[in-house]
Ligand binder design. Structure first.
Ligand SMILES: Cc1cc2nc3c(=O)[nH]c(=O)nc-3n(C[C@H](O)[C@H](O)[C@H](O)COP(=O)(O)OP(=O)(O)OC[C@H]3O[C@@H](n4cnc5c(N)ncnc54)[C@H](O)[C@@H]3O)c2cc1C
Length: 477
């Protein structure tokens, strides 16, 4: 049923007919940026890029593609890290960019809802929320480029998930154009709605394989009255986990970020981006970034000091620095958010976006290093959102060598890390999704009943397999 065997290229005949059905300028030649992705693993191909300005035009495009059996790849900001936004092989598809659908349709501050079109850039949504005295709490390093449709398509996470959840938790309703062009008007703003299956949750995280999201109603929250941050040197990942427990026991939801940062990442940062000011003269082996958002009446610096004192007495921390200003808090976050860029300059052999049950994080770290040492001599940079059990576990060649020298070991490294994650009851696609990169992993580690249900859903909503062929589920199965 599903698959790209029956798909055809988006050829000149198809494009000419489609062009005549759309306002002039909707169909455009493919600029190079649409065919690249941040990690440089895949080079995309597309017959044209469709830039619709409204859901009705998305519908016209999908009806035509559905009739002609042409694949369609939805494209947001292009920051996806698993190759979901471009098609490197198979019949040549049509790319659909939502960047002209970038209107914030409404902001309802008392109702804590913002309605945004799928092409809105996250930073613009955050700014619109602030202008209304509210906060849209999704935050990630790609927020200047990533768009609402892509963020929903991948169910993006980021740094505030520990408190506010991921994109799924922040979405109240959706408008989606299905593969055959029908428009689902689900743009509700309800906190309670138990009328049947929740299609919203099916579309979120589907990575453009079930339809094109054209707009969303998003949940806003009251901004915390007081914010603060600290970097603390922890004695081990287990100590970091214990510290998180203490912070939450003391401050509950006031903990709005809790990031684990390994010493290797700090050394990479010192080597590649010396302009980023590091708080400790010698990069510690492990440190945590704690971010607080507290109600009026609580002093973040005093709370962090008290937390540090308790943790010092318990032997969990050995050093720390508390932000004295909002600027310093931002500097702390700059250290954390510069690590991926430093990683790219060093050049990982293999990067892993994994999650395990939170209590298993120390065990994962304790076991993964020795397991990899049996495969070769590597440098490991482990960092991530400890509060969500989500680690970025990246494996690098030894000093003086490049990833090319170790290309042959990539598959072994990957299975070594992923098998351990699976053993511990974790996920090998924590926040970035499956895209094209992890299709085999989903096959290998996914529950067979869940996979069969996914295929049945795909076949029912997209019988010709035109939506993002080859992403998430293997084409032709
Ligand atoms: C520097 C950097 C930091 C990052 N940090 C994080 C992080 O902390 N947490 C995190 O979760 N991710 C992170 N990412 C990954 C990335 O930003 C997210 O996956 C983001 O959600 C992708 O949004 P996008 O608009 O760029 O989507 P794209 O890359 O354009 O597309 C991503 C997927 O969504 C689909 N899609 C796009 N638009 C639509 C639509 N309208 N309807 C249906 N499907 C659609 C695409 O087909 C594709 O499968 C980071 C990436 C970078 C480069």
């Amino acid at each position: 049923m599903q698959g790209d065997q029956s798909l055809v290229d988006a050829d000149a005949g198809f494009l000419a007919a489609l062009d005549s059905a759309l306002p002039s300028g909707t169909l455009r030649p493919v600029a190079a940026r649409y065919l690249e992705e941040p990690r440089g693993r895949y080079a995309g191909r597309a017959g044209a890029v469709a830039c619709p300005a409204m859901a009705e035009q998305v519908s016209v495009i999908l009806q035509a593609a559905h009739r002609a059996r042409v694949g369609v790849v939805p494209y947001g900001g292009g920051t996806g890290l698993v190759g979901g936004q471009l098609a490197p092989d198979g019949p040549i598809p049509l790319l659909m960019s939502l960047d002209r659908m970038a209107r914030i349709r409404a902001v309802d501050a008392p109702g804590n809802v913002l309605m945004a079109e799928a092409g809105c850039i996250l930073a613009d949504v955050q700014a619109a929320a602030v202008a209304a005295g509210r906060l849209f709490p999704l935050s990630l390093a790609s927020e200047g480029s990533a768009r609402i449709g892509g963020l929903l398509g991948t169910n993006a996470g980021g740094t505030g998930v520990i408190r506010w959840g991921n994109m799924r938790d922040l979405c109240l309703g959706l408008e989606v154009v299905l593969a055959d062009g029908r428009v689902w008007h689900g743009l509700k703003a309800l906190r309670k709605d138990n009328m049947g299956y929740d299609l919203r949750h099916l579309m979120i995280g589907a990575e453009g394989t079930l339809g094109v999201i054209t707009a969303a109603s998003l949940r806003l929250v009251a901004p915390p009255a007081r914010t603060g941050a600290a970097l603390m040197v922890v004695n081990s990942p287990a100590a970091a986990l214990a510290l998180l427990g203490q912070a939450q026991a003391r401050l509950g939801e006031g903990v709005s970020g809790f990031e684990l940062i390994g010493g290797m990442g700090l050394r990479f940062l010192a080597d590649t981006m010396p302009q980023v000011r590091q708080p400790f003269a010698q990069p510690p082996e492990w440190m945590v970034l704690i971010d607080l958002g507290l109600p009026a009446g609580l002093d973040p610096a005093a709370e962090l000091e008290a937390l540090f004192a308790d943790a010092l007495a318990a032997g969990q921390v050995s050093d720390g620095v508390i932000a004295a200003s909002e600027g310093q808090r931002r500097d702390f976050w700059t250290v954390r958010e510069s690590i991926p860029a430093a990683n790219r300059q060093i050049g990982a052999i293999s990067s892993h976006d994994i999650s395990v049950p939170m209590g298993a994080v120390p065990e994962f770290i304790d076991r993964a290093g020795p397991a990899l040492a049996l495969v070769g001599d590597f440098r490991i940079n482990c960092f991530g959102h400890l509060g969500d059990g989500n680690l970025h576990y990246n494996v690098f060649p030894p000093h003086g060598e490049t990833r090319v020298d170790h290309e042959g070991k990539r598959a072994l490294i990957k299975s070594c890390v992923h098998d351990l994650v699976h053993d511990l009851g974790g996920s090998v696609g924590a926040e970035h999704g499956v895209g094209r990169l992890k299709v085999d992993d989903l096959e290998r580690y996914g529950d067979p009943v869940a996979l069969a249900a996914m295929r049945a859903i795909k076949a029912s909503l997209d019988p010709h397999g035109i939506m993002n062929p080859g992403a998430v589920l293997r084409a032709g199965r």
